[in-house]
Structure formats: structure tokens, C-alpha cells
Design a protein around this ligand. Structure first.
Ligand code: CA
Length: 227
């Protein structure tokens, strides 16, 4: 996970950068609001930690300017913990607010929560997947070909979604087993083969053009141009 830390207190910034790196974040540090804003706009960060009191432009101005360009989640840090300060921080577009001094473990927990929330939100906005005449509506859990509804079980729907998200790519039985059944592949079981056969009978058999192909010795691929 890529994280941008905008903090002018050198000791605090070093301490946080070291701790967050140990927690598995890839950390960039900016020491003032101008550099922080520039990096936040240009870089592809999963989350930004933004100190409120900064030289140059302050944290509220940074987050306000950032919001016109990007929706990267922002956690604002501040020495000011009065209610009205928290409110104005959140109103400016920060997603969360942590008054100093804070426990490092709380900071990490809040960062993970922010990233989780924004990932869920961005997944929810891409609810339609398509390939040729196949359409899958993730929000309504509905799949159609040529406008006709496919009557799929929950596992078949998950399998179809996986293949569709990675269309054109050959997926091994092992990977399918891990992703759809959350289990390690056991060569004794043929659960993947059975599910693929059932899915194929609903997805392909009633239609002229097959999409779900077996690649011998490798796995399966969803592709509408393959013969
Ligand atoms: Ca400061």
C-alpha cells in the first residue's frame, strides 16, 4: 500500500515513516503543504496522512485543493482537538481526523479502515462487466447473454465473475479453486471441472458462440473470439 505522509515536524515524520514502513506501507514524506499537494495529486497513493498545521499552505487548504482532483482517502492529524477544529477538518474533505498525541496502533487501525472503505466504494461503482453479448451486473447479481437471463448458482456466478474480470487470460484449476472456493487445490477432487461443466451448460450451450474454453493442461479462459 502506498502512503503519503505530509508532516513538517522532522522527528515525528521520521518516527511515523519508520513505523509505517514496518507495518508494510510504502511511505513517501513531504515536509510542507506545497510539496504534499503536488505529490498527492501526481502520485498514486492509497491513503494520505496530512498534518493540519503546515508551513506554506496548511492541511485544510491542501485537502480542499486535492478534492477537486482526486478522491484519495485523507487522514488529518492535528494538535488542535476542539470540536470545531475537527468539524472544519472533516468539512474540508478529510475522511478521518486524529488529534495529537495519538497511539501509533490507533493510527494504523484507522489507515486500514480508510483504505478498506475506499476500496469497497470503488468496487461498488464498477458493477457491470461485459464480454461480447454477455453482461454481468454485480450489484444485482444477474448475468445475461443476448439479453436472456442465465440461471446461475452462487458459485457459478462467482466463477463467471472471476473469469470475466480476467477475460482472455488462462486461469489454472489451482487458482480457480483458491479464488472461488478459498481452498487449496486437491488433485483428488474435480470440483472445478464439475463447476466449469455446469457453468458451460448454461453460459454456452444455449447460444451459438462458445465463450468458456478449456486450454489443455493449463486451465480455462473466457474469450469470445477463440474458436
Ligand atoms: Ca505541523
Amino acid at each position: 500500500m502506498k502512503l503519503l505522509l505530509v508532516e513538517d515536524e522532522v522527528k515525528l515524520a521520521d518516527y511515523l515513516a519508520r513505523g509505517l514502513t514496518e507495518e508494510g506501507f510504502v511511505v513517501d514524506v513531504a515536509r510542507n503543504g506545497v510539496d504534499g499537494l503536488h505529490l498527492a495529486v501526481e502520485g498514486d497513493y492509497d491513503v494520505v496522512i496530512l498534518d493540519r498545521m503546515l508551513p506554506g499552505i496548511d492541511g485544510v487548504a491542501v485537502v480542499t485543493a486535492l478534492r477537486s482532483k482526486r478522491s484519495t482517502p485523507v487522514l488529518m492529524l492535528t494538535a488542535m482537538s476542539r470540536v470545531e477544529d475537527r468539524v472544519s477538518g472533516l468539512q474540508s474533505g478529510a475522511d478521518d481526523y486524529l488529534p495529537k498525541p495519538f497511539a501509533f496502533s490507533e493510527l494504523v487501525a484507522r489507515l486500514h479502515a480508510l483504505v478498506r472503505r475506499s476500496t469497497t466504494a470503488s468496487l461498488a461503482t464498477t458493477t457491470m462487466l461485459r464480454l461480447g453479448d454477455l453482461e454481468v451486473d454485480l450489484a444485482r447479481r444477474k448475468a445475461t447473454r443476448e439479453g436472456r437471463r442465465l440461471d446461475l448458482t452462487a458459485k457459478e456466478f462467482t466463477l463467471l465473475t472471476l473469469l470475466l474480470r480476467r477475460q482472455g487470460e488462462v486461469l489454472s484449476r489451482t487458482e480457480i479453486a483458491e479464488q472461488v472456493w478459498d481452498m487449496n487445490f486437491d488433485s483428488e477432487t474435480n470440483v472445478v471441472e464439475v463447476a466449469v461443466r455446469r457453468l458451460r451448460s448454461k453460459l454456452d450451450q444455449p447460444f451459438e458462440r462458445p465463450m468458456l474454453h478449456t486450454v489443455r493442461g493449463m486451465g480455462y479462459v473466457l474469450d469470445d473470439r477463440r474458436e
